[in-house]
Design a protein around this ligand. Structure first.
Ligand SMILES: NC(=O)c1ccc[n+]([C@@H]2O[C@H](COP(=O)([O-])OP(=O)(O)OC[C@H]3O[C@@H](n4cnc5c(N)ncnc54)[C@H](OP(=O)(O)O)[C@@H]3O)[C@@H](O)[C@H]2O)c1
Length: 337
């Protein structure tokens, strides 16, 4: 295989409902050698993220839709293998937005060189030290405004964002309740992440009753990752002047038709609840504060990270689809050769 051959995953159809393998194509492409100011990068890890589902729609809400029959894109971390730029050298590690392809040529200024905090844990830059970690930090601290002694409820609590939210909330002195889709995830949250109560929403019976039991003094902050029944249960248990950091609502991402919302939205009025949606890319200015806090937390063992690593671009679609059935335990990443 030539140095200038890349394997790429293209979006073939705009899926209606849950996507399937048939909506994607694995394509071999020939790259132009890098010109002056450009680099050839071999990706080492790529991220799969729930927001990518939104980009598969023609009317994506806050991001540009993916183009059909073109490579999809997103967060990845790679190594410069050829450089025609004075700014980057062969061997440099770069964060980039060229996921879903194993190699690519780009202007040196379009990738970000990092000095990895641990060269053996490069994928951390796609999880706890990357976009999902920053999402947790911004959403909880800026919009949740947790205070010591308050109760924080987190849905999708063992995932890339959720596990960081839980642990940051514990560091703020909060009582933390997490909701997850398996007993193993619940046990990990309790035993390793210090979460006070972990609910398995798949077998807890009535979720509102389980949340109420877990939060006898009510919920002050709800970190919303799931929507639907979880939002309904959170609203029922929230205290007056509670805050909801609305990060995502993954339960609805594959809906072909809109599903009815919670029936208890009037509680927002009566309980004077503040709901704030946010998109992490509007808050990159907080990245410096985030890294200043997060790196020492990781080094001190105060924040731990778990990953599900899927091997090879051939399995990247499977990894992405697995996000919607809870196949991932922690951050889902794809390792590229
Ligand atoms: N606003 C922003 O800027 C921003 C940035 C990043 C992420 N997000 C949002 O944050 C949320 C979490 O993202 P992530 O990257 O951390 O993903 P993740 O939690 O690592 O993976 C998704 C998890 O969601 C859970 N899930 C999937 N379908 C579900 C359903 N129908 N009901 C309940 N749980 C379900 C599964 O966990 P279980 O096994 O526990 O069910 C799955 O593992 C998503 O809503 C995402 O869109 C928002």
């Amino acid at each position: 295989m030539s140095q200038y051959t890349a394997r790429q995953i293209h979006l073939k159809n705009r899926p209606s409902g849950t996507p399937g393998e048939e909506d994607f194509d694995l394509v071999e492409a020939t790259l132009e050698p890098p010109r002056e100011g450009q680099v050839l990068v071999a990706n080492r890890y790529m991220s799969v993220d729930p927001y990518m589902r939104g980009r598969m729609r023609e009317n994506a809400v806050y991001a540009q839709p993916y183009q059909l029959n073109q490579p999809m894109y997103g967060g990845a971390i790679g190594e410069v293998v050829e450089s025609q730029s004075a700014d980057l050298r062969v061997g440099d590690i770069v964060l980039n937005q060229a996921a879903w392809q194993d190699r690519f040529v780009a202007d040196a200024g379009s990738v970000n060189r990092i000095d990895p905090f641990d060269p053996d844990r490069l994928s951390l830059y796609l999880g706890t030290l990357g976009m999902p970690g920053l999402t947790a930090y911004v959403g909880l601290l800026k919009f949740g405004e947790p205070k010591p002694g308050e109760t924080v409820f987190v849905s999708a609590a063992s995932g890339a964002v959720g596990a960081n939210v839980c642990q940051i909330a514990k560091l703020q002195g909060c009582r933390v309740i997490g909701s997850v889709g398996s007993d193993a995830k619940a046990q990990w949250l309790r035993d390793e992440c210090g979460v006070d109560v972990a609910i398995n929403y798949r077998d807890c019976g009535d979720l509102s009753a389980a949340v109420a039991e877990a939060a006898p003094e009510g919920i002050d902050v709800y970190f919303e990752n799931v929507g639907g029944e979880h939002l309904q249960a959170a609203l029922n248990a929230m205290n007056h002047f509670g805050r909801i950091a609305a990060c995502g609502m993954i339960a609805s991402y594959n809906d072909a038709e809109p599903t009815p919302g919670p029936s208890n939205l009037m509680l927002i009025v009566g309980k004077k609840i503040r709901i704030q949606g946010f998109i992490v890319s509007d808050h990159f200015a907080m990245r410096e504060d985030f890294l200043r806090d997060m790196i020492p937390w990781i080094q001190a063992g105060k924040i731990i990270s778990r990953e599900t690593v899927v091997e090879g671009l051939d399995h990247a679609v499977e990894a992405f689809l697995g996000l919607f059935s809870g196949e991932n335990f922690g951050k889902m990443v794809v390792k590229l050769p």
